[in-house]
Design a protein around this ligand. Structure first.
Ligand code: 13P
Length: 315
């Protein structure tokens, strides 16, 4: 396991502590990782002989990581991305699985789902979805690798659909957090989740017409949307943002509330906004657009409900 090296307040290196205690004391305290998990601060060394590569980092860092390991991995390696986000390039949006495939020249599946990490770590029952492009055998190997009695994994042939569900629900979770911060109640929050799910589906299908409706009913779709809008970090920080009337920035709140962990929803909202404005789709996606306009300070948090009140009911 490659670990971005950090020095802890007591002067010890994070990887040394993980290897001595089998515990990631900074990011997953109180959970034993198992003695077979070895933390390695050297990225190239960690990936050198691997034939199955699992990518789980904040999406902001993925391009740099791929560039560092390109040409330094086994040619027969298979990849899977658990990363929820996208890169927006000059030529258009690029999903993280595509970035990995293109930069490293290997096949890449994705795993997404209603998977709040702390709950999986204590072995509470949950489900997840593997999305694959063509290689069914590779997808089955990933299912076998991740599957346990408390972690039920299903494979679907819709890599873009699965990945976009995981990515876009973070934007809806920001909206749900605003609603919580404004104390609007459960009906409003459910309405925001419904409208958000519709935008997730419409956006995914406009970008990739091959995306299947059924994917939105898998764990990666509606289930991940629900858990993230109820218990995720995006929701939590967005709630604090709205409670403060937008006067404290997301960066400041993230640093204070997440102790080094990174939010995905705010940067994804910006990336989605870039795609929408570039393609002239802003008016088709009022929820996604409003989330970015609020989180970047252009609109006050209360705009999330003002926008919903104005929506045509047939939307
Ligand atoms: P947060 O990043 O908002 O905690 O969402 C967690 C998640 O993706 C659950 O599947």
């Amino acid at each position: 396991m490659w670990v971005y090296e950090e020095t802890l307040p007591n002067g010890e290196k994070l990887t040394d502590v993980i290897n001595q205690t089998n515990e990631n004391v900074k990011y997953l305290p109180g959970i034993k990782l198992g003695k077979n998990v070895v933390a390695d601060p050297d990225l190239e060394n960690a990936v050198r002989d691997a034939n199955m590569l699992v990518f789980v980092t904040p999406h902001q860092f993925m391009e740099g990581i791929c560039k560092r390991i390109a040409g330094k991995i086994r040619a027969d390696a298979e990849a899977i991305s658990l990363v929820k986000g996208m890169e927006v390039k000059m030529e258009g949006p690029c999903m993280i699985s595509t970035l990995i495939s293109e930069e490293l020249g290997i096949n890449c599946s994705v795993l997404m789902g209603a998977n709040i990490a702390n709950e999986i770590a204590v072995e509470k029952f949950s489900e997840a979805t593997v999305g694959y492009r063509q290689n069914r055998e590779a997808a089955e190997r990933w299912v076998q690798l991740f599957y346990t009695h408390y972690f039920i994994v299903t494979a679907v042939q819709d890599v873009e659909g699965v990945e976009l569900c995981g990515t876009l629900k973070n934007v809806v979770a920001i909206a749900a957090g605003f609603v919580d911060g404004l104390e609007m109640g459960n009906n409003t929050k459910a309405a925001i989740m419904r409208l958000g799910l519709r935008e997730m589906k419409a956006f995914s299908k406009l970008l990739f017409p091959s995306v299947k409706d059924s994917t939105f009913f898998e764990s990666c779709g509606v289930a991940d949307l629900i858990t993230t809008c109820l218990g995720g970090r995006n929701r939590k920080v967005a709630e604090a943002y709205a409670k403060n009337g937008g006067k404290r920035s997301f960066d400041e709140l993230e640093a204070e509330m997440l102790q080094g962990q990174k939010l995905q929803g705010v940067s994804t909202a910006r990336e989605v906004y870039e795609v929408l404005s570039h393609r002239g789709w802003l008016e088709l996606f009022p929820l996604f657009s409003t989330v970015h306009e609020i989180s970047s300070g252009l609109l006050p948090p209360s705009a999330i409900v003002e926008y919903s009140e104005k929506l045509p009911r047939s939307f």
